[in-house]
Write a new protein. Structure first.
Length: 270
């Protein structure tokens, strides 16, 4: 039987503070940065149930029945300051990862002919978490600007123009690249995070921004003297750089996504 997936979206707002009561203020500030101060977010939750279609009613899950179930789970968090108003977070940091784990525990694993297959919780337009039964991934997005020229040296000028069109412009052209970095794992019991964002930011700064931000890839980046700086190649090079650094630090890179324009997107997976 074919599996079909149903998604239902919900919204809620909550306050929090990322703070470990057993640590000094200095250590908390170092670990959590600005998130160590009280603040709040407008969260977007997507709930996914997958399964076969019931022949009698044509549905996986009756949305009329699903809506109050999701609402009940969300209402336990909505409008609350998570650290002190939700028991689950009395011993856990209310990171987006732990919030997802809480919501997963509150939703039925089976409804109708469907099973809970995934949750996606977006905390900001830069941070979101995907959880399935077997894995969790956190994604953080970045933006950098760079120029490049697409030109294959083995081809004639006419052939390059035909192949790359405007992207073969002699002086190059530029993009605001959108980069999404996805790390998989389980939240650390102390920090509540798969990877502290401060650490991920430092790695991305060193491996991406210092090498490519406000650079001409053909002229300023030695790795592109032998390969054409297409976005496919740029995505692959960035993935390799980040994978090496994250592995050295004890983390698992799952994938990177590179938005060249609003229309063009490239992805490299482990």
């Amino acid at each position: 039987m074919q599996q079909v997936t149903l998604a239902r979206r919900a919204y809620f707002s909550a306050g929090r503070r990322l703070w470990h009561p057993g640590w000094s203020e200095e250590r908390n500030r170092e670990a959590f940065g600005k998130l160590a101060s009280p603040h709040g977010h407008d969260y977007v939750l997507d709930v996914f149930y997958g399964g076969g279609i019931d022949d009698d009613n044509g549905m996986i899950v009756n949305i009329t029945e699903l809506k109050p179930v999701i609402a009940q789970a969300v209402q336990q968090l909505a409008g609350r300051f998570l650290d002190c108003e939700v028991d689950y977070f009395s011993t856990r940091r209310p990171t987006v990862e732990n919030i997802v784990n809480f919501l997963w525990s509150q939703l039925p694993q089976h409804m109708g002919t469907g099973y809970l297959t995934r949750l996606c919780l977006q905390e900001t337009n830069r941070v979101w978490v995907n959880k399935t039964k077997d894995a969790m991934q956190v994604t953080r997005s970045y933006e950098f600007a760079a120029a490049h020229r697409l030109h294959a040296p083995q081809l004639s000028a006419e052939q390059n123009q035909e192949l790359y069109d405007k992207c073969n412009n002699l002086y190059g052209h530029g993009h605001n690249y959108g980069l999404e970095v996805t790390v998989r794992g389980e939240p650390d019991t102390e920090t509540g995070s798969i990877i502290p964002f401060a650490e991920l930011d430092r790695i991305v700064e060193a491996e991406v921004f210092e090498h490519y931000d406000h650079k001409h890839l053909n002229e300023d980046c030695p790795e592109f003297t032998a390969i054409i700086p297409t976005s496919e190649n740029l995505a692959r090079v960035i993935f390799d750089r980040l994978q090496t650094r994250l592995q050295e630090a004890g983390y698992q890179l799952s994938k990177i996504g590179l938005h060249e324009t609003q229309k063009n997107y490239f992805e490299v997976e482990a």
